[in-house]
Ligand binder design. Structure first.
Ligand code: ADP
Length: 254
């Protein structure tokens, strides 16, 4: 999709758990190349919507289209093949592998080669291996992991793991990167650095959809949507959203 045109269109999504409605008529357009944020207090339905977009949950009503295709009924793997990648609240890393190898695995996932085959490298030319090494280095530099390239991931701090997980996800060249509470467990400085790294990816590289209740971190987004008890109550840039009377009422009680 051209920059700004909707890459992901969330149309009239509704969902209930056991008769309890948690999402009601949620519609959001996620523009290509944008960083789009979903804000909201605990229990407002952020994770449920995230799970619906990534394919872990089928919505009770509504539709999703991605890159011009209806994806509402596609499973997680099919969505992943189309270029939708997500991270989890608890980063998943391979403890005994080096930081570099953890990032490099993201490239193999993209080509569909098995992990064992990838690690042995039997199907790969020297040139491909060198190329992956170089691109892994660039991602490690961007996400402040270069000095840890040869360290086993087991030694990384929570913040470094978060960066590693995102660098590996980007190695797979997703069209849409979905981040679930990426600043959780990070110091303010780490969260700021991660935000800057995401900002620096540039418009043509990847579209980011980020769920968070960290208002400070959310300053990186181009557009924010605020979810409250299953409904979008405000949308716009962060300045607009933070000035919205309904949002102020929820967050500040003013
Ligand atoms: P958020 O991510 O904004 O904190 P969630 O999407 O996790 O919100 O939850 C929204 C509402 O749905 C909450 O009231 C939560 O208790 C409820 N909920 C979430 N998952 C389930 C589930 N699997 N079964 C029943 N209720 C759920």
């Amino acid at each position: 999709a051209p920059a700004g045109a909707p890459l992901l269109a969330i149309g009239g999504i509704a969902h209930s758990f056991g008769g309890f409605s948690v999402l009601r008529d949620v519609s959001i357009g996620v523009g290509a190349g944008r960083i789009v944020g979903l804000l909201g207090p605990n229990g407002s339905g952020k994770t449920t919507l995230f799970n619906i977009i990534s394919g872990f949950l089928t919505p009770g009503a509504g539709s999703l289209s991605f890159d011009g295709r209806e994806i509402t009924r596609l499973d997680v793997q099919a969505r992943s093949r189309l270029g939708i990648t997500r991270t989890f609240q608890t980063p998943k890393v391979f403890e005994s592998l080096s930081t570099r190898d953890n990032v490099a695995l993201g490239f193999y996932k993209q080509t569909g080669a098995g992990v064992v085959e990838s690690l042995i490298g039997s199907a790969r030319s020297r040139r491909e291996m060198a190329d992956i090494r170089e691109r892994s280095s660039a991602l490690m530099t961007r996400f402040n992991l270069a000095a840890l390239a040869d360290a086993p991931a087991a030694l990384l701090t929570a913040g470094q793991r978060r960066n590693l997980e995102i660098a590996r996800a980007l190695a797979g060249a997703p069209k849409l990167l979905m981040l679930d509470e990426p600043s959780t467990g990070l110091t303010r400085d780490e969260a700021d650095a991660l935000g800057q790294a995401l900002k620096s990816l540039g418009n043509d590289a990847v579209t980011v959809f980020v769920v968070s209740h960290d208002m400070e971190f959310m300053r990186i987004v181009d557009v924010a949507h605020v979810l409250y008890f299953g409904e979008i109550i405000a949308s716009g840039d962060m300045r607009t959203v933070q000035a919205d009377p309904k949002v102020r009422q929820i967050y500040l009680g003013t």
